[in-house]
Write a protein that binds this ligand. Structure first.
Ligand SMILES: NC(=O)c1ccc[n+]([C@@H]2O[C@H](COP(=O)([O-])OP(=O)(O)OC[C@H]3O[C@@H](n4cnc5c(N)ncnc54)[C@H](O)[C@@H]3O)[C@@H](O)[C@H]2O)c1
Length: 326
């Protein structure tokens, strides 16, 4: 990693958010809320003029009261000229539109303007970091910091590393997103990164079910909302598996799906077979993907308490009903 980047982002340091559109507006406001000095840059002056109006509702959600919200948006300085916008910053977070040539040109310019100790981050949703930084000399300071909409509420951020990104920069990214009360999850550049890869595995099946007329819209949503959805929200896919099924059964089901469909992607993976071979079947044996310190009976009681609490809350809150959809 370039000398001078340091292990931690400087508290209260200056950040340039490049692109004041949908995402740049939220990201700049979030950084200002957490005490950073923010310069918001956009080649379109009207985007800078309209920033405060667009940012107020976001700042209000973050701050909880209108006066504090006003103070947050007032801390963001608009600047149309890139050289002035990046002066004295420790981080540039690029959020221009998803056009590879535009991002490549922007990064080449940023590389020319910023000393090597300035971290260059991209909010790209789909491009490879290595492609975006193709024309960058100091590629070791380029990192994907990818927010999930709504970025000021969803706590997780993908930290995407390209072929030239050192592990130290990923750790720097974790420290930075911690400083704004978010959680970083690291993944190498690849189509879908981490979250879309998982999300679209499910959506692809849902589209197929709809396309083939095998299930209705309402049944699909109810099936997910009232079964796998709450479990995933509480524990994620791997801890959920440990808590609800023996690895032997999980492997038998994947193998059965594989035999019935001939679809290789169902074939039980080596990681799963290894756990079965080692007898690490999940909470039931005290070891699966996770190690359980409490006895299985106690784990089951706690599991059920958590799930019941969430399902009771969902039933009472009636989130779908409150959206007024038909
Ligand atoms: N919209 C989402 O929900 C979402 C979620 C996660 C990530 N992203 C990613 O965030 C990025 C931004 O998306 P968006 O939806 O905010 O786009 P957007 O079109 O709303 O905003 C892009 C802004 O960049 C400005 N811009 C373009 N070229 C510029 C340049 N050379 N210098 C300065 N400003 C420039 C434009 O004037 C515009 O205001 C994209 O990479 C997108 O894929 C979007």
């Amino acid at each position: 990693m370039a000398d001078g980047i340091g292990k931690h982002p400087p508290a209260g340091g200056r950040i340039c958010v490049l692109g004041a559109g949908f995402m740049g507006c939220v990201i700049a406001t979030l950084y200002a809320h957490h005490g950073y000095e923010v310069v918001l840059c956009d080649s379109e002056p009207s985007m800078l003029d309209s920033y405060r109006d667009r940012a107020r509702p976001i700042a209000a959600t973050l701050a909880g009261d209108p006066a504090a919200a006003e103070a947050i948006v007032a801390r963001v300085r608009g600047e149309a000229a890139l050289p002035e916008a990046v002066a004295g910053v420790f981080l540039v977070h690029e959020a221009v539109q998803e056009v590879l040539e535009t991002k490549q040109a922007v990064f080449a310019e940023l590389d020319r303007l910023c000393p090597p100790e300035v971290v260059l981050a991209t909010n790209t949703s789909s491009f490879l970091i290595s492609d975006i930084s193709a024309r960058v000399t100091h590629r070791e300071r380029v990192l994907g910091i990818h927010y999930i909409t709504p970025a000021h509420i969803i706590p997780v951020i993908e930290l995407i590393h390209g072929e030239a990104t050192p592990p130290e920069l990923v750790e720097w990214g974790r420290a930075f997103v911690r400083s704004i009360d978010h959680v970083g999850v690291a993944c190498p550049e690849r189509p879908g990164f981490l979250i879309n890869k998982i999300q679209f595995a499910m959506l692809t099946e849902v589209y197929r079910l709809m396309d083939e007329g095998l299930a209705t819209r309402d049944d699909i949503d109810a099936a997910v909302r009232l079964s796998i959805g709450p479990r995933l929200a509480l524990w994620g896919p791997l801890l959920t598996e440990d808590l609800i099924v023996s690895k032997k059964t999980a492997l038998a089901v994947t193998d059965s799906l594989w035999r019935q469909t001939g679809d290789e992607s169902y074939a039980g993976r080596k990681v799963l077979r290894d756990l079965v071979d080692e007898g690490h079947l999940g909470a039931v044996t005290g070891q699966g993907w996770y190690t359980f310190d409490a006895p299985a009976g106690q784990v089951v009681e706690e599991r059920d308490r958590q799930l019941r609490t969430l399902l009771d809350w969902l039933r009472d809150a009636d989130p779908v009903g409150h959206l007024n959809v038909r």
